[in-house]
Design a binder for this molecule. Sequence first.
Ligand code: GLU
Length: 329
Amino acid sequence: MSVKNKLSNIIISTAIGLATSLSITAANADQKYVTIGTGGQTGVYYVVGQSMCRLVNRGSEDHGIKCTAPSTGGSVANINAIRQGSLDLGVAQSDWQFYALNGSEHESFIEQGKFEDLRALFSLHSEPFTVVARADSGVETFDDLVGKRVNLNNPGSGTRGTMEVIMAEKGWTVDSFKLAAELKSSEQSQALCDNKLDVILSNVGHPSGIIKEATTSCDTKIIPVTGPVIDKLIAENDFYAPAVIKGGLYNGNDNDIDTFGNAATMVSSSQVDADTVYMIVKAVFDNFENFKRLHPAFANLDPKQMISNGLSAPLHDGAVRYYKEKGWM
Ligand code: GLU
């Protein structure tokens, strides 16, 4: 190779090196970090967030979005964090989506007023209101909770919120219970089996780690949640519906259990840009068969139902763009 050729080779390779480092800088500058709020680590919301991020992060080199899905306090905490801008997206029960939009029911929602920027992306699995009692607690019906040691769940969780809705209808207060605990969803099964509680609660998809842990670590039974108060809640609110916890999913619970429930939904804010939401929704629905395999609670999900059921907030513009491209609306 002549000196001249060598020189031009060096110049070319330096230029390539420079270009590569420039494009890395450009990619870093364009990198966008997205955080999805979930729930406790043994719940289904955590799996939803982790699964979505896994699909989003596969395409990071193309779209520049990096996704994380930390554990959080649950529905109400997620919605409030989205409103404050510390989360971009979050999973939330359909009842709390409605109440946030309307500035009703929860103290924090009433204080802040209507959350008009709240946007829906899609709904997910159904979440039966699930009550698990120690077998030796004497609890047979939901009304037997009075006078017992009950975990109401942490403030900020959707479960706590929905329990408070039921308590208000029944005229119960925290004083109705021998103990009204505020443990997080991930802590309650162990406390139940350590005999520190008689009853735990969870609005959660099935099968769930929370209920599995409780029903395998000690003798428990799942208690039905039915009756006139529940019928009234269902009749008055579109986002509540009768629900069944299938028999055979958990130890000691061979029969179907009647209760009521809501849908889990994915929400965001109109402050989050449409391109980002478009890419996230695309990552989920372009890989939908993969997504469905990531948790048994997702098995019956159907895209067209997901964009119409259980949503009270308007759809996010970025999600609408994708759904229109697919011909779903
Ligand atoms: N629905 C529950 C809540 O909003 C969370 C359920 C879960 O973690 O899967 O608190």
